[in-house]
Design a protein around this ligand. Structure first.
Ligand code: GLU
Length: 442
């Protein structure tokens, strides 16, 4: 992961003396002298301060006001990105778990000399950061990508699914996929559709706080994800993340029913319209609901990894006139998931556009922006009219799960009638007959 450097005024002042991040610099302001390592900016949007790590370990931000003098003292004097070598030992009798890294905060480590963040992706790095992993499983680690999850793409979901299927064919007790948290729910849904008939669990895991912070959730999340992969009784695609703000347990959520609900809290992931599948407490997996499929090493995974990326998720709102639907249809969109209001409604102002899109062969699915509950388009006239136009009701699917399912279905089937039938059929737990409210609803 690339570091954000200085820009604007700070960048040009540093360039004048040839100083780069991690060089030793001295800033003098009147009688005040700050000497230490030049750190990345604390606030990437601010070009008026530079940050220096003093020899006592404190970081100070110095404002570049007139009279501040910058000197380059030495280039990278003690720059040691490498961690000490820790041998990775194979322990007899421990289950084999594969870890596939795709990036995000969890796959990073901090160099304590410079404060720089590096990808921590090899098995050796993982053991270094979380040595306890060696007591849970024999880890085999692979780097697939090193990206932030906002840059995830349906094409990359296919690559992840293929990489997981390959590990499963090689024979492992479970697979862990490390992932940025922002779009982890989408990837979890994508893998749920792409990897059917799983023999063992596939566990997505991330971290809200990087491992340099005392409040980091990286180690516990990773250990519990490996625990689930190694010994949980089910064979499903799940997300394992902190269950509450402390360090007492993690929750295991179904990949098609999970959402990131908070921008910064460690317990950001919640199961929506379904109880979590399990929790992990003190190294034990405790079931909270009935698994759909049990672990069976003999079963062969069925890989269906093709996704159609010409599908969009559109949120309706007061004043929504549907012109964005016309635009998408003109651009050759194949499917649209609407995030409607309440029970699954859109303004009458947008009806002509929705009808035109459906008549031209675009598959339109309705979900709700309410998050909890299910849509019911038979209650009000608006819903009934939309149904008659051919809008497909998305039941209690999360809008993002409906998006991923439509991408997957259009990637798998050519016949539009078949696509519509699949969208209305539960495949992997994404659509439930009766929506259950979880105890975790807050
Ligand atoms: N935007 C980053 C991502 O989702 C945040 C870091 C993280 O959550 O890992 O990859």
């Amino acid at each position: 992961m690339e570091e954000i450097g200085y820009w604007g005024k700070a960048s040009s002042e540093l360039e004048k003396v040839g100083a780069s991040i991690h060089d030793r610099v001295r800033l003098t302001k009147g009688s005040l002298v700050f000497e230490g390592l030049l750190m990345p900016p604390a606030d990437p949007a601010d070009d008026n301060h530079v940050v220096v790590k003093l020899d006592n370990g404190y970081n100070v931000g110095i404002r570049l006001e007139p009279g501040v003098k910058i000197e380059l003292i030495a280039r990278n004097p003690s720059f040691k990105p490498e961690l000490p070598e820790v041998p990775v030992k194979v322990k007899e009798g421990l289950p084999k778990v594969s870890i596939i890294s795709t990036g995000g905060t969890i796959a990073s480590r901090v160099d304590y000399v410079t404060g720089a963040v590096y990808p921590a992706l090899t098995a050796r790095d993982l053991y270094n950061v979380v040595p306890e992993l060696g007591d849970l499983a024999n880890i085999d680690a692979h780097v697939l990508f090193s990206i932030f999850s906002e840059d995830m793409h349906p094409k990359l979901w296919s690559e992840i699914a293929e990489a997981v299927a390959k590990r499963l064919e090689d024979g492992v007790e479970g697979v862990v996929v490390t992932h940025g948290t922002d779009t982890m729910g989408y990837t979890a849904a994508a893998l749920s559709f792409a990897l059917q008939d799983l023999p063992v669990p596939v566990v997505l895991v991330g971290a809200q706080r990087s491992s340099d912070r005392p409040s980091s959730d990286a180690a516990m999340n990773l250990m519990d994800a490996v625990t689930v992969a190694a010994k949980a009784p089910f064979a499903e695609v799940v997300v394992t993340m902190h269950g509450e703000v402390g360090d007492t347990y993690t929750l295991v959520h179904r990949g098609v029913k999970v959402r990131k609900c908070h921008t910064s809290r460690r317990d950001t992931f919640r199961s929506i319209n379904s109880p979590p599948l399990a929790k992990v407490e003190k190294g034990e997996v405790v079931l909270l609901s009935r698994p759909h499929r049990l672990r069976d090493r003999e079963r062969r995974v069925s890989l269906k990894a093709k996704f159609e990326d010409k599908v969009s998720l559109v949120k309706v709102h007061p004043g929504f006139d549907g012109s964005i639907i016309d635009y998408l249809a003109e651009k050759g969109i194949k499917g649209i998931v609407l995030e409607g209001t309440g029970l699954g409604h859109a303004p009458h102002l947008s009806f002509n556009s929705i009808k035109r899109a459906i008549d031209s062969g675009v598959v339109v699915v309705m979900t709700s922006q309410c998050i909890w509950g299910r849509i019911n388009m038979n209650v009000y006239r608006t819903g009934v009219e939309l149904l008659r136009m051919g809008v497909l009701p998305g039941g209690d699917m999360l809008p993002e799960t409906a998006l991923v399912k439509l991408m997957w279905t259009l990637g798998q089937y050519r016949d539009l009638e078949e696509v519509k039938r699949i969208m209305l059929t539960n495949l992997v737990g994404e659509l439930t007959e009766r929506t259950q409210h979880s105890d975790y609803l807050r």
